[in-house]
Design a protein around this ligand. Structure first.
Ligand SMILES: *Cc1c(COP(=O)(O)O)cnc(C)c1O
Length: 424
């Protein structure tokens, strides 16, 4: 079962002020999630979650997570700037990027962030640019397939990220020669896993490597960064990850491998995005059209520009018609947006209650990689983002784009003055 965190009445109240479509976030759920994560890893003294900013790059969301003790994981200049403006600095920031522009490394260095190098060649690139910091992290890619009990979870051998094993040993030596004193080790080997075994398995790989790196190069290992990849079940009938079982699995690996090697003080870091935010966001839209041809279509005022995952990956997102939660799902619909792209479908052949024009539609689990993957194709404008507080009050935390925003990059010419003057 997936139940929306807003009722029809609450949605109608919000829509009076902020018309659909919009993304709405549940502050209560976000805070509880962060608290559970910290509790699950409380056995590790230095544990810290660095929220992957790219999942939900909104300063109001980042501030909530900051209050819950989280740092941020950034991958670009503007994410670093946003984090800076939200009060994150130094060891609150992890900079995990790839194919990194110079300006991004310089900003990361200026903010004193932990820098996570994606590639061996980045060592000289960073050194020439601004020197190697005392603490530096490297990203590992073991190649091949990542399996849990013979089930292939993902394909690191095809992934562009990370150092090979040999590059890592050589890299640690070079970095030490260049002045690095403390090291982090990072890997992201499978995306959106719904398995309590992913982090523990990854942890074993990284812990064994950390011990070997420590013994062979003498490097002081300061942290192991398990990165993202702990996912959520988007389907309503699938079991969800159990963060306490996951934390316990990682603890077991830590005590088996790190503690006997004298590395019991090493901190565990995570860079979760999806797990932290996805369930606590909804895309709220209104049904505006019906169409009956070879199939039955319902058209919404939202489109793939507001939520790209179904179009891009064929992802399932659960849909609730507000006020019809208990009505029988006896109508088969394709739920579409208005892009001139036939993949602009939030659902295909989905069994839903009969939908009327004007019905409010909740698309679930859009809190991560939802708004942030939005785009402007067909001249569609990005929606507002709303934050629902614990007491039921709500605030706009990003306004919807206007045509003036769409034309803003033509501000060097007066062609669009008619539509951009006064931000109309
Ligand atoms: C995308 C990303 C994350 C977050 O991934 P989720 O699947 O949202 O948890 C963490 N770290 C890095 C380096 C990433 O690129």
């Amino acid at each position: 079962m997936k139940t929306p965190f807003i009722t029809k009445e609450k949605a109608e109240e919000i829509i009076k002020q902020y018309p659909t479509p919009f993304h709405i976030y549940d502050e209560k759920g976000i805070r509880q999630r962060a608290r559970d994560l910290y509790k699950a890893f409380s056995w590790n003294k230095g544990f810290k979650e660095y929220f992957a900013v790219k999942a939900t790059p909104n300063p109001f969301i980042l501030k909530i997570l900051k209050e819950e003790g989280c740092g941020v994981d950034c991958s670009s200049l503007t994410e670093l700037m946003m984090s800076d403006c939200c009060g994150f600095s130094g060891s609150d920031i992890m900079f995990s990027s790839n194919v990194t522009p110079k300006a991004d490394f310089l900003k990361a260095r200026e903010l004193g962030a932990y820098i996570n190098l994606d590639d061996f060649t980045h060592i000289d690139y960073l050194d020439d640019l601004c020197g190697i910091p005392e603490t530096i992290c490297c990203r590992f890619n073991p190649g091949g397939h990542f399996e849990i009990e013979t089930q292939i979870m993902d394909n690191p051998g095809e992934a562009k990220y990370g150092f090979t094993r040999e590059q890592l040993f050589e890299g640690f030596k070079v970095l030490q020669q260049k002045g690095a004193k403390h090291f982090g080790l990072h890997a992201f080997l499978a995306s959106n896993t719904v398995s309590n075994a992913y982090y523990p398995k990854l942890a074993r790989i990284l812990f064994e490597l950390a011990v070997e790196l420590h013994e062979k190069t003498g490097a002081d290992i300061k942290f192991v960064n398990l990165s993202g990849g702990v996912g959520i079940a988007y389907e309503p009938d699938k079991p969800q990850n159990d963060i306490f079982a996951i934390g316990e699995g990682v603890r077991k690996a830590f005590e088996d491998i790190m503690v006997p090697a004298g590395l019991g003080d090493v901190a565990i870091f995570t860079e979760l995005g999806r797990y932290m935010l996805a369930p606590f966001g909804h895309l709220v839209a209104t049904c505006t059209h019906h169409k009956h041809t070879y199939k039955e279509y319902v058209g919404l005022d939202a489109c793939a520009c507001n939520l790209m995952r179904p179009a891009m990956y064929g992802s399932y997102h659960h849909i609730t018609v507000l006020g019809k939660e208990n009505a029988p799902c006896d109508h088969k619909y394709d739920v579409t947006g208005g892009l001139c792209e036939n993949n602009d479908k939030f659902a295909i052949d989905r069994m839903l209650p009969e939908i009327d024009t004007g019905d409010i539609i909740v698309i679930h689990d859009t809190g991560a990689h939802g708004f942030s993957m939005g785009y402007n194709y067909n001249g569609k404008l990005r929606s507002a983002e709303i934050l629902l507080h614990e007491d039921g009050s709500f605030d706009m935390i990003r306004r919807a784009e206007t045509p003036a925003d769409y034309f803003a990059t033509f501000d060097f010419t007066d062609i669009f003055d008619k539509y951009t003057k006064n931000n109309k």
